[in-house]
Design a protein around this ligand. Structure first.
Ligand SMILES: [Zn+2]
Length: 344
């Protein structure tokens, strides 16, 4: 069962057992980081329970299976469309989704009304609430009412990366299924098999995705490679040549009009490189490095880095990252970071 889905063996086990016993709860929370497949699992459960040809899992090819996953999502300018349940091509499978930052209470009220109708085709009706943490108080309370007396043949699946932001009273009425970040190899395989990446193209985004296929797919590989070359030359400057001016030039580039949108991504790459150098210095194990394809270069930097306080650099970057939320001058902060790194 769930063989078409990537990773998350634990969630697969728990859900398979619930399905085998015929005890899929009316209300489930799918909790875990962005882009690890929570919504795909929720839809797959609907499929398993709806598919008439299900043997070990849904067949995936019958009309019902195909329609379950087929949604035409409204555009962001169609605000009113988000005040209702958005149906898939299957009349018993719908979704509630946030518009900008919040889920409209009207959408949850519509879910409540629809949950009380008998299923059209299937044995039960399925409602997925995406980014459930985006429900405001009114929407949460409306949903709570439905969860308190769930109609028998209804399943409500809350999908969230921040389960702690849900009302405790909502959490206590749902069984929680936890999803973990995927392994690098799993993300890589997904990119190659589902997104037609070559294995060269898949390597870097998979390694920088922190276990999220969503994040990996959204990355622009050419841009990543350019950013990584820049960050690598910053490290070359501060570790090998002491050429601070060269590093500051890159700080300027990171903050110019063309690149400032990707500032945090570049910072993340810098972090990953420092981490790798640190790891290589500590254990000589290059294979587990995020940037394993640069092993030789990184090993050289690790040798040259001597007793430099790499952990201290990572702390500085973390502090900078936190300060981004309070609208600091990024150029000044980046300069200050590179100056500190070069000073050691
Ligand atoms: Zn089927």
């Amino acid at each position: 069962m769930f063989s078409r889905l990537t990773g998350n063996t634990h969630a697969k086990d728990v859900l398979s057992r619930l399905i085998a016993k015929g005890r899929v709860p009316n209300a489930l929370i799918f909790a875990g980081d962005e882009g690890v497949g929570k919504r795909q699992f929720a839809l797959e459960i609907a499929r398993v329970l709806i598919c008439k040809d299900a043997i070990d899992g849904a067949c995936g090819v019958c009309s019902a299976c195909v329609r379950v996953g087929s949604f035409s999502m409204p555009g962001a300018d169609d605000r009113d469309a988000f005040k209702r349940v958005i149906w898939s091509d299957h009349p018993d499978v719908g979704m509630v989704t946030a518009h900008n930052r919040s889920i409209f209470v009207d959408a949850i009220r519509h879910l409540e009304t629809e949950a009380n109708f008998l299923p059209y085709e299937a044995g039960s009706r399925f409602f997925i609430v995406n980014d459930a943490e985006k429900m405001n108080d009114a929407a949460s309370n409306a949903l709570l009412k439905t969860l308190e007396e769930p109609p028998l043949d209804t399943h409500i699946f809350l999908v969230t990366s921040r389960p702690d932001s849900l009302l405790p009273t909502i959490r206590s009425r749902c069984q929680m299924i936890r999803f973990s970040p995927l392994a690098v190899e799993e993300v890589e395989r997904y990119l190659i098999e589902e997104k037609a990446f070559t294995s060269d193209e898949a390597r870097l985004p998979a390694r920088l995705s922190r276990g999220s296929v969503g994040r990996a797919v959204a990355m622009n590989v050419e841009r990543l490679i350019e950013e990584r070359a820049d960050m690598l030359s910053v490290l070359g400057s501060v570790i090998e040549t002491g050429d601070l001016a060269a590093a500051l030039k890159i700080a300027e580039k990171m903050n110019d009009a063309k690149h400032k949108e990707n500032y945090e991504e570049a910072l993340g790459i810098l972090e990953s490189l420092i981490h790798d150098i640190w790891r290589i210095r500590a254990s000589d194990d290059v294979t587990r490095a995020v940037n394993a394809d640069l092993a030789d270069r990184l090993a050289h930097l690790a040798d040259e880095s001597g007793s430099l306080d790499l952990a201290g650099w990572l702390d500085e970057i973390e502090t900078l990252r936190q300060n981004l939320a309070v609208n600091i001058n990024r150029k000044v902060a980046t300069d200050a970071l590179f100056v500190k790194m070069a000073a050691a």
